[in-house]
Design a protein around this ligand. Structure first.
Ligand code: NAP
Length: 312
């Protein structure tokens, strides 16, 4: 790693990407911040400068647009000549049964989460290989390892991101300094749940135990120094993965009941709509979301379920 390192963060205007940018700024890194909307990136850039970043560049970029990703990488090289790490944290969610999610929204989730990751890899990996070193971090999810009701486009995208990361890792094993790191967070308190496209009737919420975006950012950046650390960022991910693979019949029976209680807010009905999947909704970008206490949420949801309220 150069000193200070050059770190590119996608999805830098909200949640995990924003926390990663702020953490790296505190460490004095050179930062290149990307997401679709400029205004919320500018806000983060100002905070990064205040926290001690060596430099901060804002480059509005839709990761689903391959040419835009090429421009992001080219501008970074123009400015800094090398790249130490790219953290691809851009991501979107859609809730709803497969037949209820409009085609453009289903495809939009895959475009950002999967094709965006592939676009980033396509332009970043050759740079890292030329340098003989560097990191590409792909942010997956525990939902890339298990199945959950009413999140099919997201789950499909994250299973595919995991496959992409595995294959990039295989293709780059010949250069020990080049690392493709895959990380899978569990529930994290970010705006992604309220920013999501929603055709399920109720707002989503992070399932407990809920990590802070700052904690996840620390875990992500630690992997730049220790790439051998495990990809799962929460112990409950391992419990869910074990249940899904070793006890599928128990898992399938339980998840249908547990998901509406642990991962939705049955007190917050929502009108169907595409959320931020098709375009940025910058007003909703922030470091954290606003899910309220997990335990209180579960108690409310149990009460609602007993009253017969369920997601569509
Ligand atoms: N929060 C969780 O519980 C959780 C759990 C597991 C995994 N994850 C993963 O962690 C990553 C970050 O999620 P988060 O919770 O931090 O979400 P978030 O708070 O909603 O932030 C998403 C970021 O991605 C940007 N973005 C969305 N679409 C984009 C596109 N096409 N091109 C470029 N930037 C785009 C958004 O800004 P613009 O809209 O302005 O572009 C925003 O900066 C995602 O990959 C998500 O799947 C989150």
């Amino acid at each position: 790693m150069s000193n200070p390192p050059v770190i590119v963060v996608t999805g830098a205007s909200s949640g995990i990407g924003r926390a990663t940018a702020l953490h790296a700024a505190r460490d004095g890194a050179h930062l290149v911040l990307a997401a679709r909307g400029r205004a919320s990136l500018d806000e983060v850039a100002a905070e990064c400068d205040r926290l001690g970043a060596a430099s901060t560049v804002v480059q509005p970029t839709d990761v689903g647009d391959d040419d835009a990703v090429a421009r992001l990488v080219a501008r970074t090289l123009e400015q800094h000549r090398s790249i130490d790490a790219v953290v691809n944290a851009a991501g979107v969610v859609a809730y709803g049964r497969v037949e209820d999610v409009p085609v453009e929204v289903f495809d939009g989730v895959l475009r950002t989460n999967l094709l965006g990751s592939a676009n980033v890899a396509r332009h970043v990996v050759p740079v890292l290989r030329r340098q003989g070193e560097g990191h590409l971090v792909l942010v997956g999810s525990v939902i890339g390892h298990i199945g959950v009701p009413s999140m099919t486009p997201y789950a499909v995208s994250k299973w595919a991101v995991r496959a992409l990361a595995r294959h990039l890792d295989l293709e780059n094993r010949d250069l020990p300094g080049v690392h493709v790191d895959y990380v899978a967070p569990g529930g994290v308190d970010t705006p992604i749940y309220t920013q999501a496209a929603n055709y399920a009737g109720f707002v989503g919420r992070p399932p407990p135990p809920v990590a802070s975006p700052e904690r996840v950012a620390g875990q992500v950046l630690r992997r730049l120094r220790h790439p051998w650390l495990p990809p799962q960022l929460a112990v409950t991910n391992d419990v869910l993965r074990l249940g899904y693979t070793a006890l599928p019949w128990v898992y399938v029976r339980l998840i249908g009941r547990a998901f509406p209680i642990g991962a939705t807010d049955l007190d917050r009905p929502v009108e169907p709509g595409p959320g931020n999947v098709l375009e940025s909704r910058q007003a909703g970008n922030a470091l954290r979301g606003d899910p309220g206490g997990a335990l209180a949420g579960i108690v409310r949801n149990v009460r609602r379920t007993l009253q017969g309220v369920t997601p569509e």
